[in-house]
Design a binder for this molecule. Structure first.
Ligand code: GUN
Ligand code: ZN
Length: 435
């Protein structure tokens, strides 16, 4: 890591607070400065002020772009990079025909390493600097994922995916094996470098009570671990879970009774929650990871953001590759906006500030990493993405003629793609630079 201080001169924007609670959450600096030393943000302000107080410091001029905090994707599947685009099927058919056959291929470690490289590169090239990743059903493949993520310096929260029924037989484990393999991986990777471990039952449909209890035992053994799974995504899935767990009050109850719902739990989708579930999620301060592209592609439904917010449930954003349509958190933010628009009076009108928050700090909060990443506050890691559309592109025209900084952010979400990212930093180091 370079410890020589660098002053980045840029138009920058970040959300140090939530726009759902604070109307002034979006902070913008038109000719701003971010002073970085040892990977950490030491000061922010106007470029002129920082240059005056630190005249000796090296300056990197990023003008002509928009510097944003690195994106935080709170739901994405490592083994599904190669099966993006399986359109036209609802969840359970999509799993059987599209996702699970591919997940079985990760038993082969040569295959798994290639996929891990594709996956980690795709995240970084999309400006994602922290990700909560659904790993593989195979422990060696999860090892490879952590290895490849460490090589790039990606902040990765991931775990062994476990299921013991209703998948393909080669993907099934047992409660004991799930515990043993999970513990070994957590001991090897949790807190090592930028990696954290997440206990990850695939979903209650594919998990016996005994398996969920094994997950709970692992969480009690290492209380600092994160927890993630799926919930309330699709009507047929929910009906099956209700049949499989007749004694549980609802879908959330299946996780709750195993002690899996807490501050560091992230439940993906939650498109069809009951009021009881929302109340319990709020009481435990856990997170719903909203995956609007996936919900649209699989026809899962409209995420009731307004009900989540009214109940006090924290919401973050996930791409859900490969049910989702790609790694871009810009696209994910735009789709979240579209779907709330289409909900009419029940929708929550989202501004560009909301989209930026959902794509950054909301994810940090979901993972309990808000003291380290998510915005450009002093003391946080310099994880950042520079949006700088190339000459001749339509977004470049908007950037060159925008009459306000707000327009830059709105246009970035409306039409920005990964190709518009010129550089990505993690912990102060450039990890991606457009050729
Ligand atoms: N979207 C999605 N939902 C799931 N539920 C269980 N597994 C999956 C998956 O791989 N993708
Ligand atoms: Zn998923």
């Amino acid at each position: 890591m370079t410890s020589t201080p660098t002053l980045y001169r840029a138009t920058f924007m970040h959300t140090p607070t939530s726009p759902f609670a604070d109307p002034h959450a979006l902070h913008t600096s038109a000719d701003g400065g971010v002073l970085v030393e040892g990977g950490l943000i030491r000061a922010t302000g106007t470029y002129a002020d920082l240059k005056a107080t630190h005249p000796e410091v090296a300056v990197q001029d990023l003008r002509g772009g928009l510097l944003l905090a690195g994106f935080i994707d709170t739901h994405v599947h490592f083994p599904q990079v190669r099966v993006v685009g399986g359109l036209g099927m609802p969840l359970l058919e999509w799993l059987e025909r599209n996702a699970l056959p591919e997940e079985a291929r990760l038993a082969d470690q040569t295959y798994a390493r290639a996929v891990a490289q594709e996956f980690t590169r795709a995240l970084v090239q999309s400006g994602t600097t922290t990700a909560l990743v659904f790993g593989s059903h195979f422990a060696p493949a999860v090892d490879l994922l952590f290895e490849e993520a460490s090589r790039l310096g990606l902040r990765t929260v991931a775990g062994l995916v476990v299921g013991d029924r209703l998948l393909r037989p080669e993907l099934h484990t047992t409660p004991q094996r799930a515990y043993d393999e999970g513990l070994a991986l957590a001991q090897k990777w949790h807190g090592v470098g930028r990696n954290l471990y997440a206990v990850t039952p695939r979903f209650s449909l594919s998990a016996s009570e005994g398996l969920l209890e094994a997950c709970g035992a692992l969480m009690r053994q290492m209380p600092d671990l994160r927890f993630t799974s799926h919930i309330n995504e699709n009507d047929a899935e929910i009906a099956t879970v209700r049949e499989l767990f007749p004694d549980a009050p609802d879908y959330l109850g299946t996780y709750e009774q195993a002690g899996l719902v807490g501050r560091r739990s992230v439940l993906a989708h939650n498109v069809h929650p009951t009021d009881r579930e929302l109340g319990v999620m709020a009481a435990h301060d856990c997170t719903a990871a909203h995956c609007p592209c996936s919900n649209s592609a699989l026809g899962s439904g409209f995420f009731p953001l307004g009900r989540h917010l009214a109940a006090g449930v924290h919401v973050s954003l996930g791409t859900d590759v490969g049910g989702g349509t790609g790694f871009s958190m810009l696209k994910e933010g735009l789709q979240a906006y579209f779907m709330q628009q289409l909900l009419g009076p029940e929708g929550v009108p989202l501004t560009p500030a909301h989209l930026l928050y959902l794509a950054t700090l909301a994810g940090a909060q979901a993972l309990d990493l808000q003291d380290q990443v998510g915005d450009f506050s002093v003391g946080k890691q310099f994880d950042a993405a520079l949006v700088k559309p190339a000459a001749g592109t339509p977004l470049r025209a908007v950037f060159d003629h925008a009459d306000s900084e707000d327009r830059l952010l709105a246009a970035t979400f409306a039409s920005g793609t990964s190709a518009d990212l010129a550089a990505v930093w993690m912990g102060g180091e450039v990890v991606y630079s457009r050729a």
